[in-house]
Design a protein around this ligand. Structure first.
Ligand code: FES
Length: 317
């Protein structure tokens, strides 16, 4: 963990503050790439993941932006209410589950609300690399548009379009038209609230899956927490280690593996990063992730959030 100081807190938009975190002795911070996030230890014992929104390569500070969402789980509210300039704050080194691909001919960046944070760093990176990009940024109105000064005003970049829907999705960006055609070499990156994510995923159903990249907010409740309707108690057959592990209906596969002392790689444990992707050859998992496409689900499972629907489930472990 890194022990940093809050150098400044800035009002960015209605309900959104940004925080600049620095090493108190002025040392450079570990480098990060666009799309990276840090885990922040928040007063009250909570840990939350926030995307870094300063330009990659800027190792003088980490900048995050936090929306104090009504109905949130308390982490963002504690950031707004309990963290002050000058405070110490512990954060992880940057991790990146949402990296840019190196070979895109053109990149479409699409942000909904506070989902602008990783997208802003991507825009800065693409611009610094001289690559082709466009950004569509969807917010309710100007007062809720973080980083507005970066995008609007004299000299505003014509590749950036801000769409306000005034609370009525039919007035905002026509996502279906924007994404109606996919050309070779075009990649899409998007991040935003749940309804926005569903709309963009539906609108890109005909795109090749390797051209579509997205990240759900760290604050999004893991699907695993609300899943389990199709899950049953059963067994996991571990092919490589030749073991049988019992699993309860309420357990995720990862929980069952851990209870049996079986090591398995994981990171986000919320079905968003893909670190726990495991091949299976028989049985039916209850998939609860945000990552795998339909085709991949026939042979892979993200064990951190999946349960067993029909067992035994035979895993390449
Ligand atoms: S650990 Fe990230 S998807 Fe499972």
């Amino acid at each position: 963990m890194l022990k940093l100081r809050v150098r400044s807190i800035t009002y960015e938009a209605e309900g959104i503050l940004s925080y600049e975190l620095v090493d108190p002795s002025g040392r450079e911070l570990p480098r990060f790439d666009a799309g990276a996030h840090i885990d922040v230890q928040i007063p009250g014992g909570l840990s939350r993941r926030y995307s870094l929104c300063n330009p990659p390569g800027d190792t003088g500070c980490y900048r995050i932006a936090v929306l104090n969402a009504p109905g949130g789980r308390g982490g963002s509210r504690a950031m707004h209410e309990k963290v002050n300039a000058g405070d110490w704050i512990e954060v992880s080194e940057p991790h990146n589950f949402f990296p840019l691909t190196a070979d895109a001919r053109h990149t479409v960046l699409l942000a909904g609300g506070i989902g602008i944070t990783p997208i802003l760093a991507m825009m800065e990176a693409l611009e610094a690399q001289g690559r082709s990009w466009e950004l569509h940024y969807c917010t309710r109105d100007a007062s809720r548009t973080a980083f507005r000064r970066r995008f609007a005003g004299p000299g505003a970049d014509p590749r950036v379009t801000i769409h306000h829907d005034e609370g009525d999705p039919s007035k905002g960006l026509d996502i279906v038209s924007l994404l109606s055609r996919h050309e070779e070499g075009k990649h899409l990156y998007f991040c935003g609230p749940a309804g926005f994510m569903s709309a963009v995923r539906a609108a890109t159903a005909h795109w090749p899956c390797e051209a579509v990249h997205f990240e759900y907010f760290g604050a999004e409740p893991p699907k695993a927490a609300v899943a389990g309707e199709d899950a049953h108690a059963s067994e996991l057959h571990l092919l490589r280690s030749d073991r049988i592990v019992p699993i309860e209906a309420a357990e995720t596969i990862l929980e069952a593996l851990r209870a049996a002392g079986v090591e398995c790689e994981s990171s986000c444990e919320a079905g968003v990063c893909g670190a726990c992707k495991t091949a299976y050859s028989a049985g039916t998992p209850e998939h609860n992730d945000y990552v795998l496409g339909d085709e991949e689900r026939s042979s892979y499972v993200l064990v951190c959030c999946a349960r067993v629907s029909e067992g035994p489930l035979v895993l390449e472990l």
